[in-house]
Write a protein that binds this ligand. Structure first.
Ligand SMILES: [Zn+2]
Length: 300
């Protein structure tokens, strides 16, 4: 029996090592500057290399998705929205496809995800499927793992915070992060630049970083907190969360939660690159705000 258990342990260890080797190199090429911090098992697998986006069997589902992409009436975060294009990059990552959201290949991958989650596997994106996906994405964030238990983590000591260089901050305003988070941010930006994804100089600059409890309370003084768009216990108090500049809809603030603004950002190549690659540097997304990313290399 002991021998059998020992054998099982070795097999499990080999599986974990192989899984780590495979997933830490995905989905883009490896980089020595990466700061991997997310356990491989917490992220969906990368898209298969030889994926058929025109899979004939899924044409009808693709047609339904093409329509709902811009027309679905739903409330994925409790606020009425139209269409799911804003979430298409994240959904694609979650179902492990590189195919566009209106393709048969996407529908095929979505059906695989539905099947794995014991949902009706018809390949059609539905509002009723989203809570399962949203919960899975959100609960990967260590900060949410705490707040979902009613724990609001204390801020880090002042000495743990570092100030970003003025040229790293949007508008040059001071932005502070934990040292490890700032280093990981720099590695992420260097990789994005090396891979040619930044359209203009402001892209990926830090719009916001650490916000202490006093600043959070001040933001809540007008009674606007504990809603979808503002929390009295925000991840920004950890020094691990950051808002990145991804452009904005005409006339809007780069962190405006207006649907048009979020949709404009989600449609950028930079956001799609982040969704595919930020995990390599230890970052996880907040699905409602394309600009908000949390580094997971240290506990909140
Ligand atoms: Zn944020």
């Amino acid at each position: 029996m002991l021998r059998f258990l020992g054998g099982l342990a070795i097999v499990a260890l080999v599986v974990v090592i192989v899984a780590l080797r495979v997933t830490t190199h995905a989905p883009s090429r490896p980089t020595s500057a990466a700061a991997p911090a997310i356990h491989a098992a917490t992220l969906p697998p990368p898209p298969p290399i030889s994926e058929d986006c025109r899979a004939d069997a899924w044409r009808a589902a693709a047609a339904a998705n093409r329509q709902s992409l811009v027309a679905l009436a739903w409330a994925p975060f409790g606020r009425n929205e139209t269409g799911w294009a804003t979430y298409a990059p994240l959904i694609g990552r979650e179902i492990a496809t590189a195919c566009g959201p209106d393709t048969p290949g996407f529908a095929a991958a979505y059906a695989r995800w539905q099947s794995a989650h014991k949902l009706s596997a018809d390949g059609v994106v539905k509002a009723a499927d989203f809570p399962a996906m949203r919960t899975e994405i959100e609960l990967r964030r260590p900060f949410v793992q705490l707040t979902s238990k009613g724990i609001c983590p204390p801020p880090p000591a002042d000495a743990a915070l570092q100030t970003a260089r003025p040229d790293e901050a949007y508008g040059g305003k001071p932005v502070q992060l934990r040292a490890g988070a700032l280093a990981a941010y720099r590695a992420l930006v260097a990789a994005a630049q090396a891979e040619g994804v930044a359209r203009e100089p402001n892209i990926l600059k830090l719009v916001s970083g650490f916000r202490g409890p006093a600043e959070e309370s001040a933001r809540c003084a007008d009674g606007s907190c504990n809603t979808l768009t503002r929390a009295s216990c925000s991840a920004h108090r950890t020094g691990l969360a950051m808002d990145l500049y991804l452009g904005h809809a005409p006339g809007m603030d780069p962190t405006s939660t207006d649907d048009a603004n979020r949709a404009a950002m989600a449609a950028t190549p930079e956001y799609r690159w982040l969704v595919a690659n930020a995990g390599r540097f230890g970052f996880l997304p907040y699905p409602f705000e394309p600009w908000h990313w949390e580094w997971t290399g240290e506990a909140p």
